[in-house]
Design a protein around this ligand. Sequence first.
Ligand code: ZN
Length: 271
Amino acid sequence: MDKVIITVAPTGAWPSKKDNPNIPLTPQEIAEDVYQCWQAGAAVAHLHMRDDQGRGTMSLEKFRETVALIRKKCDIVLNCTTSGDLNATDETRMAHLIELKPELASYDAGSMNWMHNSVFLNTPQFLEKLGKTMLENSVKPEIEIFDAGMVYNSFFYQRKGVLKAPLHYQFVLGAAGGSAATVENLVYLKNLISPEATWSALGIGSGHIPIMLAAIAMGGHIRVGMEDNVFYAKNRLAESNAELVARAARIVRDANREVASPNEARNILGV
Ligand code: ZN
């Protein structure tokens, strides 16, 4: 089995300081947090930005500042979201990829009802434009899968030449509106994709630990961080994202797999 890539998703678009006062929101906070996670074993950082009121934003200025600060501190692989604000335009969802050229960016392979109160819209036109923009700028898509239909969408865009093999997937389980965070769902989804594809998985909230353990056992990669889960244990908030990364690294080693460095992650992912 390959080494395990630990991705940290420190911020996300939704959790606030009320959910966990330790969540990093400003460019300075995010950069310092990512640096600590890198020291604890994270090879990839999946980045979302917040505006000055703490709301999710696709602000190019915030991405620019944060990416520059992180690149000064460490060699972690950068994975920028393209879905940090449900009201963003197609263009603002891609502008940071064109300017900053992160090695990875999220590619949400379909639409869904989000949290039962809004629509997470990824139109066919947007997915085609996004895939082409990523190809032109050498940004590898991390194809986020919330349900099985999105896997089949990814095959469609691969046949069209908008996505190029080997594909890399992130199975996002436990979002309200998507597939539940169960081991059975992870096994089912993983068996749909090509054997040459690489994949990672995450469970939101209480699905965090079961999905992490299953992904490690199944030969996959893992993602931790406050975007997905602000708790370290039941009724105990995480002190930091690095605390979640350090635990993940311990579990990987206890499971007789090794933690991938950023450069090893680049090799595994072909970026
Ligand atoms: Zn995200």
